[in-house]
Design a protein around this ligand. Sequence first.
Ligand SMILES: O=C(O)CCC(=O)C(=O)O
Length: 265
Amino acid sequence: MKQAYQKSIKDYEDSGYFILRNFFNSQEISHLTALVDPIFLQWRDGKEAHIFEHKLLNMHSLTHAGYFEQSQIQRLAFFNAILPTKLTQYLDTLFGDGLYFHNTQLFFNPTNKARLPYWHRDMQYSPIADEQQAREQLNMLSLHVRIPLLDESGIELIPGSHKRWDTELERKVRFELEEHENSEPLADSRLIELSAGDLLIFNAQMLHRGNYALNHERKALDLCIGKSHSLSIDFLDKSVLPTHEELAQLDNPSWFQAAYQLGKA
Ligand SMILES: O=C(O)CCC(=O)C(=O)O
């Protein structure tokens, strides 16, 4: 186990990501799938035209109470399933105290094939200036825990881009300057191959994009976690957290409690 931690730390420091193979067994993946599917179907219901028109490839806030009106028990089961102790312990050991649960997303293939995978750093679509993001990059820790529920070659990363900002070309591609497009291939990118049960943990502010073409279907659950930082904490939405009553019933409430403390909710 010690070796596994050391490898994860080294991979993260060098490249901005690491993979934990076979972290969840097939029963755990089936359980997660059985919880995620009804949420996705409720979200999608009646929105197919909107999803096509806006070329959507993800939904967020899967833990919102609105998806569990028929069954509060399912919400508790979902909170328990996404943050088992083996996951929080592993990441607490690696990154130290202070990690909190921020939100969830689900990535799928866009129905509109005009949508091409686009290089980005997560906060580029926020009102925070790029220069400020660049200045704070080494002081922030925002992570994605990607949990593919189907095997996928579904995401590309630029290793090392978590500890530097863009090259001139990357900047032009990311912001589509001077006739560049954000879907252009970039040198040094790495396509990540994952099986259901593997976890990919990567820095949300490193350069990354999805890959839709190589996957007949994608269904990747994503946990957004991190340590508190002034640029990101304001985006925490209390409605995705368990209620205080639910918190008392969870197997492993620590990262949700941390969110409440940081969000001063
Ligand atoms: O899977 C994708 O399509 C993109 C993933 C992504 O952008 C993210 O996790 O922030």
